[in-house]
Design a protein around this ligand. Sequence first.
Ligand code: ZN
Ligand code: ZN
Ligand code: ZN
Ligand code: ZN
Length: 356
Amino acid sequence: MDYRYESSETLRNKCVACFKQFNKMEHLVEHMRTSYHSVHEPICGICKKHCRSFESLREHLIGPLPKQECKNIFNIRGCKFCLAILDSPNARCFHQERCQFSSINSGLLARFANLGIRDNLTVENGGTRGPQVVALACKMVGGGSDGSLDLCARVCLIDESENIIFHTYVKPPIPVTNYRYETTGIRPEYLRDAMPLRQVQRKIQDFLCNGEPMWKIRPKGGKARILVGHGLDHDLDRLQVEYPAIMMRDTAKYPPLMKTSKLSNSLKYLTQAYLGYDIQTGIQDPYEDCVATLRLFMRMRSQVHKKEDYPLASDPQNRNNFASWRQNELERMSPEQLLEISRSDYYCWCLDSRDM
Ligand SMILES: [Zn+2]
Ligand SMILES: [Zn+2]
Ligand SMILES: [Zn+2]
Ligand SMILES: [Zn+2]
């Protein structure tokens, strides 16, 4: 960009987060009011541009239409999984090795399939341990006349260390019309004497709430567990489990992990792109999905972002940050100051990290 042709007025009206420029300061203020820029957005390690998602950061660094200066540096010392910029090519090598995960051993998966039921679902009595993180995934077979109705036939729950807490076949409440054998590997005899859905539902419900009445569940300081998954609304609906949204961390609905079009990415894609290995090849085990979604959650949670007292735009303390009655005052602020008071419109998972 040639700065000689940029008047100081336009420079003043440049968003310091996404670098968009505006003819008038009031337009920049309006932009800040609706874009919810924050320290929690994925940020280019080179030019510091804020992106709405890792996908748009990926486009910025890799292409199809990258920013050339950033791309050049990224090619030398950027991590292709988490998109961080390291200090040197050597540091990149060392980092990338730890950033890439390997797939679950397929022999291990086959063993789980034959294990039948594994049930370590326990509710703690009066324990004082903080909210624990568990991940859940299901595999569906088909019901209804054309077999398109999803029925949960396998479910898996794991803890933060990827240990299995619960892994079982589920007997659906209505007849199965399509076993979807090529992907599920499920045969009629596996479900015939399986645990009935009603029982699975009650066990999982009790385990998640962990002794906390549903109406009392709050994000911090309670006993209820944080539930990680991919497409949790659908899974819980099929399991007939109810759980409050504030306790769910869904890798299909988390803005930084969504497409630039604001649609969900598949778990298969996210695992390939951000963890560096393949899942859902051939017959699928819900354990594999649990592990992938948990690893994505952990990676997002481990991000180091500046700590703010009130991180959300919806926090009452931030309600007037961009209020229209402050318009004159806002138009006199610098672009840096505007970013300073701007807050995220989604709950960043870094806020779940223990040291907060
Ligand atoms: Zn912007
Ligand atoms: Zn954050
Ligand atoms: Zn950049
Ligand atoms: Zn990395």
